[in-house]
Write a protein that binds this ligand. Structure first.
Ligand code: ADP
Ligand code: F6P
Length: 319
């Protein structure tokens, strides 16, 4: 292995830059050349290659987004697209690729590996829905963005004694809603993994108001329901004045937290080590504080479990 590629793909996540920096610096430290592939698999198909130096990743550790840019690329899901991607890598003399992204990006990584390219995945998605790791890069920053928003909304909610419904990201996974809701002191947390009961949401709301709560905050993951619909249903059933906030892409931007920078640095460096010792088809993860490598195909067959104890705890603490 003498020349490796690195790309970021799918939804961006704060901390991706710190991961790119770690990959580049660790690889150069060990005498490898590093090629940045711009715009994920789309850039791979269009040969958007740029040689990266120590200096090209300077001053990015604290920046959100990804300096390599990211994209979604339908063509790479086809056999022809994948074959062209492999040809382009071979033409460029790239023996191994580090793919920084979520589960979709890892499926693309697996396709490259099945064509004989050495591939290691670094989990980066605010959804934190990848098995094989406790944390994906970007999740902690997104949760902190959510909590920051809840805190601000709480100020105005208290002043007006209003009920707020806050819709957060997570089409198929409720991890952001769950931890954001716990840290933000939400009355109810609605997530896609567990069907919710509107009667219970309304019961908790009224119980809180009866004991003198000045406001109520309900967190809804976008995959569980529409925040607008939940807000309207609460208003219809209770007559309470409700306000709805959809946090949207605000959650995905901004400065990565220290935790995201730390895990990105550790995971990026470990991905380089795995390629150096001849590993492929692996994803890096952090489990109970320790770096681990999981088989990519195994990881993609599983679904990350949601911590139901946290959901229960959030319910108890909001009593
Ligand atoms: P994420 O990595 O955040 O889950 P996506 O699901 O949008 O993001 O996937 C990012 C990209 O990965 C897709 O646009 C596509 O180029 C590639 N990809 C996704 N699924 C596959 C697949 N089954 N085979 C090959 N490439 C895939
Ligand atoms: O996968 C990350 C994520 O932010 C999801 O939480 C969200 O549903 C989706 O991406 C939004 O995708 P887009 O950026 O295409 O709107």
């Amino acid at each position: 292995m003498s020349r490796i590629g690195v790309l970021t793909s799918g939804g961006d996540a704060p901390g991706m830059n710190a991961a790119v920096r770690a990959v580049v610096r660790k690889a150069i430290y060990h005498g490898l050349e590093v090629v940045g592939i711009h715009r994920g698999f789309l850039g791979l198909l269009h040969k958007e290659f740029v040689k990266l130096s120590l200096g090209s990743v300077a001053d990015i550790i604290h920046r959100g987004g990804t300096m390599l840019r990211t994209a979604r690329c339908e063509e790479f899901k086809t056999a022809e697209g994948q074959a062209r991607g492999v040809d382009n890598l071979q033409e460029e003399g790239i023996d191994g690729v580090i793919v920084i992204g979520g589960d979709g990006s890892f499926r693309g990584a697996l396709a490259l590996a099945n064509h004989g390219i050495a591939v290691v995945g670094v989990p980066a998605t605010i959804d934190n829905d990848l098995p094989g790791t406790d944390y994906s890069i970007g999740f902690d920053s997104a949760v902190n963005n959510v909590v920051d928003a809840i805190d601000k909304i709480r100020d105005t909610a208290t002043s007006h004694e209003r009920t707020f419904v806050i819709e957060v990201m997570g089409r198929r996974a409720g991890h952001i809603a769950l931890l954001g809701g716990l840290a933000g002191g939400a009355e109810s947390i609605l997530i896609p993994e567990i069907p919710f009961d509107m009667d219970e949401v309304v019961f908790k709301l009224q119980r809180g108001l009866n004991r003198g709560k000045l406001h109520s905050i309900i967190i809804v993951a976008e995959g569980a329901a529409s925040g607008l619909a939940v807000g309207e249903e609460i208003r219809r059933r209770t007559g309470l004045e409700t306000r709805i906030t959809i946090l949207g892409h605000l959650q995905r931007g901004g400065t990565p937290t220290a935790l995201d920078r730390i895990i990105a640095s550790r995971m990026g460096a470990t991905a380089v080590d795995l390629l150096r010792i001849g590993e492929s088809k692996k994803m890096v993860g952090i489990v109970a504080g320790k770096l681990v490598a999981t088989d990519l195909d195994e990881a993609l067959k599983q679904k990350k479990e949601l911590d139901r104890e946290i959901l229960e705890l959030a319910g108890i603490l909001a009593i």
